[in-house]
Design a protein around this ligand. Structure first.
Ligand SMILES: [Zn+2]
Length: 291
């Protein structure tokens, strides 16, 4: 009887030991959260779905779930559209407008944030082997606002297109005129418009309106193209919707100032998905006998 009792006692001690070991193992197996790199996933601002950053970039920064076209910088745009080997133009034109307090510091900050030195980059290069002059605006540089440098670059690009008999393509993306340059920024509307008018007598001008194209840019060279394309869901307009509603005391349609609404009204010739833009531009250039 005593033996049996001792045996039972040993069994209980062993059971407790086993239990302890099991608990220890469980502790060892506890899941430790790992740090996820910030650039692994991207979140769509439209549908709020997450996608792998690699998929997002491969899809030209268009949401893989809902097709929303996010804003991209000028350098990224050039990489998507141009063949390798394009050359940047007018790099020596710098802003020396110093009247507005703090303007130079703002320009420096915008330069740091976007790694470009103005709201437009102009290049000479090829699109699928066809020579063209291309200007791309960048919303990450002071909201793509048009000041004297932007106006000068667009004008020079038009003059070069006439001289070299090359087609001109402008990707517009802007919050409007640059308020820090006051009336000078508004003069750029007239300056660029007359340059575009001269170009249109001699050659082809294609505008690609991207999100957002508003204010002085929409009221000048963005609206004067021979062929006007736009990206899906781009905001395009002059003044803000609420400002117009207050002025005319009427409610505007929900889709007012979208590329889709403007296509329906005849302001835009075609809406082109980002992945098809290079091919569409190539086709249009070929149709106009550019080589
Ligand atoms: Zn989405």
């Amino acid at each position: 009887m005593e033996n049996l009792f001792n045996k039972r006692k040993e069994e209980i001690i062993q059971f407790n030991k086993d239990l302890e070991e099991l608990n220890l193992r469980k502790k060892e197996r506890k899941i430790v959260p790992k740090e996820v790199p910030d650039d692994l996933m991207a979140k769509c601002p439209e549908c709020n779905k997450f996608m792998l950053m690699d998929d997002f970039i491969l899809n030209h920064k268009v949401c893989t779930n809902c097709g929303y076209h996010t804003r991209i910088g000028a350098k990224e745009r050039l990489m998507q559209i141009m063949d390798l080997g394009y050359k940047e133009l007018f790099t020596k034109i710098k802003n020396n407008y110093q009247d507005f307090p703090g303007y130079m510091e703002k320009l420096d900050k915008a330069n740091e944030a976007s790694s470009i030195d103005e709201s437009i980059i102009c290049v000479s290069g090829k699109i699928n082997g066809i020579r063209a002059l291309v200007g791309v605006m960048d919303s990450f540089f002071m909201m793509g606002s048009m000041g004297s440098v932007c106006g000068e670059k667009v004008t020079l690009l038009c003059e070069m297109a006439i001289e070299k008999k090359l087609p001109l393509i402008l990707f517009t993306c802007s919050g409007g005129a640059r308020m820090q340059e006051g009336i000078i920024s508004l003069f750029q509307m007239a300056k660029t418009s007359q340059a575009i008018a001269k170009l249109k007598e001699n050659g082809l001008y294609i505008a690609v309106l991207t999100d957002p194209t508003t204010g002085g840019v929409s009221a000048s060279f963005a609206s004067l193209a021979d062929i006007t394309l736009a990206e899906p869901n781009a905001l395009i307009g002059f003044a803000g919707k609420r400002v117009i509603e207050k002025t005319i005391k009427e409610t505007l349609p929900e889709e007012f100032q979208t590329a889709e609404f403007l296509l329906e009204k005849g302001y835009i010739d075609q809406i082109v998905a980002r992945k098809d833009l290079k091919q569409t531009l190539t086709l249009l250039l070929k149709l106009h006998n550019y080589k």
